[in-house]
Design a protein around this ligand. Structure first.
Ligand SMILES: Nc1nc2c(ncn2[C@@H]2O[C@H](COP(=O)(O)OP(=O)(O)OP(=O)(O)O)[C@@H](O)[C@H]2O)c(=O)[nH]1
Ligand SMILES: [Mg+2]
Length: 656
């Protein structure tokens, strides 16, 4: 038997829920006329409703109505089912996402640590002249899931009957990767194996006989280098064979785990040759940064250096951009708006009331200044450093070094990954908690990701507002936020039921990322900021104008004046900032600018605003990931932590 993609079927043998276009109707003119009267003609879409196994007539939907069709008649209606779909599976960190990006041209994040992809992405690709829907499945070590990302992977593979699978293996780790590969063979799906990272394997002195492997397993093994595209031509040829029905079905591997491992041992010793190479500079560095005695000082130095570089690049860019804004953009804008006919309030809405770009709150002054001049430089520099650390493979090492510390917060070391990603934006941080095994860990990691530090746009605003008062204030704000986050983590650790498993992850070797991939990743993240955040910032600025002009702001402020002043020493007007902060937290900190607050008040307000609630986007993702109950719990912890920290700071300022 060989596998052939299912392009055609008939209505009788179509699966439940399958859709297809009527290709032809086998039968005389009478049958065609009868079916035609019900709208069943060539080219029309049919949707089979009744189960495949049901007896009796077939029920199908056509043009929005259901019709029952006798079995004999149904078998004469030939359907063309839509383009085939391909799943991209394999162990974590083998390069599936790079293969996906190459084949579809779509942007997906790839990084050098297991668990980068936790949600699937799907896109169209053209292989052997045919369109396929390709899906980048999260990595898994086997079909027995140990976390939510693996559960999703197993679910997609189990539902994939009849489709083609591209199973990616890391050629530098052949033995370990063959286990999952054998489980895939057992599934009986048509599968093509890609031996990826062939370049690294060669460099390390690993030589694999791909053809021999193919003979052993009765399947196609193709060496590829996803980062350069090497070997994709052979993939194309293999897919052409699949389309033509010439792809051999893989042999059925032995059933038990032990037998599988035995076979893997035998195959690897026959088909793989490893030449000893002297460790390169990267391997020596790997050693140095993994051992606690040298690794911890290195980690401290690396984090401090990262912080310094992010500020250096961020401030450097601002120093270039701000004068451009002031001397070119502002005069042009003022002239253009001045020339506009129409009522006064429109000009006020666009330009604001004062010329200062941070304080005017005009849609085209502050609304442009905040995202492009204040935040963007830091977004760019932060993601440059984060992406570099990710691609280098530093994050899993940091996870190992901090494992001991993280256990005090009820997490193992991999909990550092959501926190690190959360420094940029909370949404990917919350999603990254999926690779943790238990609910308890996911709850604590999510809370930490939200609370230990602000997201980058907020951090940029804090730098920009408090920096002029001295770096000490900035450090105080970040210190207070981190302390609150850690306290919340310790508390959740105490009160959330469940176990914290031990750390058990693979640590990939260091690897110098190709600049092209690095640049593409940074650009992807900057683009996401420009597309998602910039409109929200403008909306925030617009809403605050609306509230102000309508007088609603004054009314609400009046109600909260006393409690805000008493607890945090903040003017009542800042309540508008707190209400709107929920929509876009970075703008909310910017909105403090016009109130003329002193550094103490700015500190209290920044700490409160950074922590009091997750922003709308992260709240929505959190509810989807953890459910309503846990999300509300975390939001409550946020609010309590923020209030306590702000009140304590206010008290401290009054006493000292
Ligand atoms: N040198 C080299 N590096 C590669 C190759 N393919 C992928 N990589 C790198 O390997 C790392 C992992 O790639 P990803 O595409 O994120 O791996 P993945 O399989 O999607 O991983 P998960 O999403 O965690 O399951 C990245 O740092 C890639 O740049 C390759 O052929 N050669
Ligand atoms: Mg991936």
């Amino acid at each position: 038997m060989s596998h052939k993609p299912k392009d055609f079927t008939d209505l009788l043998s179509a699966k439940e829920g399958e859709r297809g276009y009527v290709e032809s109707i086998d039968g005389g003119e009478t049958l065609r006329t009868r079916l035609g009267a019900m709208g069943i003609i060539e080219g029309r879409q049919l949707h089979k409703v009744s189960p495949l196994s049901a007896r009796g007539p077939v029920v199908a939907e056509v043009l929005g109505t259901r019709v029952a069709i006798g079995r004999n008649m149904a078998s004469r209606i030939k359907l063309k089912v839509k383009a085939g779909s391909i799943l991209l599976t394999g162990n974590p960190n083998v390069g599936k996402s790079v293969v996906f990006a190459r084949l579809t041209g779509l942007d997906v994040i790839s990084s050098n640590y297991p668990g980068t992809t936790v949600e699937y992405t799907s896109g169209a690709t053209l292989l052997a002249g045919r369109r396929f829907q390709l899906t980048d499945v999260p990595g898994a070590y086997s079909l027995e899931p140990t976390n939510r990302a693996e559960e999703a992977a197993a679910g997609m593979i189990n539902a994939a009957a009849g489709d083609l699978v591209l199973h990616v293996l890391d050629a530098t780790n052949l033995e370990r990767n063959l286990f999952f590969a054998m489980q895939m063979m057992e599934k009986g799906l048509p599968v093509i194996f890609l031996l990826n990272k062939w370049d690294v394997a060669r460099r390390k002195g690993v030589f694999i006989d791909a053809e021999g492997l193919g003979k052993d397993f009765g399947a196609r093994f193709i060496p590829v280098v996803a980062t350069t595209g090497e070997g994709l031509r052979e993939l194309n040829a293999a897919v052409a064979d699949f389309i033509a029905g010439r792809l051999p079905p893989p042999s059925c591997p032995p059933p038990g785990h032990d037998e599988k491992w035995k076979l893997i041992g035998r195959v690897a010793s026959e088909r793989q040759r490893i030449e000893h190479r002297h460790p390169g500079a990267l391997e020596k560095l790997a050693d140095l940064t993994s051992r606690p005695s040298t690794g911890l000082p290195f980690a401290a130095a690396a984090l401090a250096a990262s912080f310094y570089i992010i500020r250096f690049i961020g401030e450097g860019l601002i120093a270039v951009l701000e004068p451009l804004f002031n001397s070119y953009y502002m005069p042009l804008l003022t002239a253009a708006v001045g020339a506009l006919p129409g009522p006064e309030w429109i000009a006020t809405m666009l330009l604001g009331v004062t010329p200062a770009p941070m304080e005017s709150f005009g849609l085209l002054t502050t609304g442009i200044f905040i995202p492009f001049i204040v935040v963007l430089p830091y977004i760019l520099s932060f993601y440059l450093i984060l992406s570099l650390l990710e691609d280098l493979g530093y994050l899993p090492r940091l996870a190992v070094l901090l494992d001991d510390f993280m256990h005090r917060l009820g997490l193992h070391g991999y909990g550092t990954i959501p926190v690190m990603l959360g420094l940029g934006c909370k949404v990917p941080g919350i999603l990254a908690a999926r690779v943790l095994e238990t609910r308890r860990e996911r709850v604590i990691a999510t809370a930490l990701a939200l609370m230990v530090a602000p997201c980058m746009p907020q951090s940029a605003m804090i730098f920009s507002l408090l920096g002029p008062h001295g770096i000490g204030w900035v450090i105080l704000v970040f210190g207070a936020i981190a302390a609150t986050g850690l306290a919340a983590g310790a508390m959740l650790n105490r009160f959330t039921r469940g176990e914290t498993p031990e750390l058990f992850v693979e640590i990939p070797p260091y690897h110098l990322p190709p600049l092209r991939l690095l640049a593409r990743k940074v650009w992807m993240r900057v683009k996401a900021f420009l597309l998602d955040a910039v409109p929200m910032i403008m909306l925030g600025v617009f809403l605050i104008n609306l509230l102000d002009m309508s007088g609603a702001l004054a009314a609400v402020s009046e109600i909260f004046r006393r409690p805000l002043e008493a607890a945090f020493g903040l003017p009542g007007e800042t309540v508008s900032v707190m209400v709107l902060g929920f929509l876009k937290k970075d703008v909310s900190i910017a909105m403090l600018a016009p109130f003329g607050l002193g550094p103490e008040q700015l500190t209290v307000a920044s700490v409160f605003l950074a922590l009091y609630l997750p922003c709308l986007a992260s709240l929505l993702v959190m509810v989807r990931e953890l459910g309503l109950r846990d999300s509300l719990g975390i939001a409550l912890v946020n609010f309590a932590g923020a209030s306590a920290a702000a009140a304590l700071l206010h008290l401290a300022f009054r006493v000292f």
